[in-house]
Design a protein. Structure first.
Length: 283
């Protein structure tokens, strides 16, 4: 009889333990906004980045990640209470960034995400954390020297990016626009001669030009065709997370980590970056 009572007590304790675990289990999207300590509990935070942008967001052959956006995201996540092992980087291509946030696939996105009025209708932004400029990547022997030279030329960018459409609408209306799902496909087309120029932000282009296999083959045209303020995308209405990320970015700039990340990721390409923009100045 005593044994039966002991077994019943043990079973009840097990049920209580399982119930507690279910109520306070893993929040894989980091939906607490990083308010926890980030140590123990098994909580993770999912962060959207690019996988194919050297110098910004790149998945290395060994499965690790590198780039300026990765460094910024890692710093921010740490300030939100997560260490590097608790971060799960999720590939978010340009055309799917707004949907990924709306679905809750990721907590925030740091993926060369330019702030503009149309996107602000769908997502909220923290930052900006980098001011880039639209430019062209061309072959080293190309005769393209200004935007209007693209008239009649084949121009490549990625689906969902504003860069190529900006050129076609305002600079070279006769450019032949080709859109691919990723910049690596545009780069292959540029190398083979299938396209004449790749357009996107100078920071992205500098990363490609700096790759060992492309050194000497490509060059930046050096045109400042637009201003691109990179922001960290957050689900619409999540102002608490925006405020926390802005505080983290301000600290990253003030303690020198921002400048270090810029030099480490863009230095090899001799990229002339702008000073850190004013955090929270979303225009």
């Amino acid at each position: 009889m005593k044994l039966r009572k002991a077994s019943a007590a043990a079973a009840a304790a097990l049920v209580l333990a399982l119930t507690a675990t279910a109520c306070g289990g893993d929040d894989s999207n980091g939906n607490d906004g990083g308010s926890g300590s980030g140590s123990g509990g098994g909580d993770k935070i999912k962060i959207g980045i690019k996988y194919d942008q050297p110098g910004l967001g790149l998945k290395e052959p060994d499965g690790s990640f590198s780039g300026f956006d990765v460094d910024v995201a890692t710093y921010v996540a740490k300030e939100l209470g997560y260490d590097a092992k608790q971060i799960e980087f999720v590939e978010t291509k340009s055309a799917d960034r707004e949907n990924a946030l709306a679905r809750g696939d990721v907590k925030f996105i740091a993926a060369t995400y330019s702030i503009n009025d149309e996107r602000k209708k769908k997502v909220d932004f923290a930052g900006p954390y980098l001011l880039a400029h639209q430019d062209l990547l061309i072959k080293s022997d190309s005769d393209i020297s200004k935007g209007t030279d693209l008239n009649g030329k084949k121009l490549c960018s990625v689906t969902g990016s504003t860069s190529a459409q900006n050129v076609k609408d305002t600079i070279a209306p006769k450019a032949q626009l080709r859109e691919n799902s990723g910049y690596s496909e545009c780069l292959a087309g540029l190398q083979s001669g299938a396209v004449d120029a790749l357009t996107t932000d100078d920071s992205i282009l500098a990363g490609y030009a700096a790759q060992e296999q492309y050194k000497g083959k490509f060059k930046l045209a050096g045109l400042k065709l637009s201003n691109e303020n990179y922001g960290i995308g957050v689900k619409k209405g999540d102002t608490a997370t925006v405020d926390k990320i802005n505080a983290a970015l301000e600290k990253m700039v003030s303690d020198g980590a921002w400048e270090t990340a810029v030099k480490e990721n863009f230095g090899p390409a001799n990229y002339k970056n702008e000073p850190a923009p004013k955090i929270g100045d979303i225009k």
